[in-house]
Ligand binder design. Sequence first.
Ligand code: ZN
Ligand code: ZN
Length: 136
Amino acid sequence: MVKQISGECFCGEVSYEFGGKLRDARSCHCSRCRKAFSAQASAYAEVDAAKFNWVKGEHLLTTYATGNGFGLQFCSRCGSTLCGVYEGAVHGVTLGCVNGDPGVEIGRHIFVGSKAAWEVLPDGVPMYDEAPPDNR
Ligand SMILES: [Zn+2]
Ligand SMILES: [Zn+2]
């Protein structure tokens, strides 16, 4: 049986459940992701939209369109960014809002060539100065 993954925002008013496996957990260190995630980098994994359900608070979500059909959805009460959307459907989740251990680790760090001057990168993880060769 697939373990149910859950997530929620900082204030707890918005929560979701996901019945599949997170795919391609990654961290992007570009300047856009730093601002979008209010952190040194993004931490994000893709989900299968058909297995994703909002449990509560969906009406509190606000979408910020980031371009090319993509957007980020955040809680309008506390500001946590919960998920990425592509053409209106949930595309992935921010790992910071996932509860507990979702059973994945960040597999690659991308755009480390434009990381913040103050960030110290971890050892032993695949890194790419820009987009990875397969460009997902
Ligand atoms: Zn919230
Ligand atoms: Zn980025």
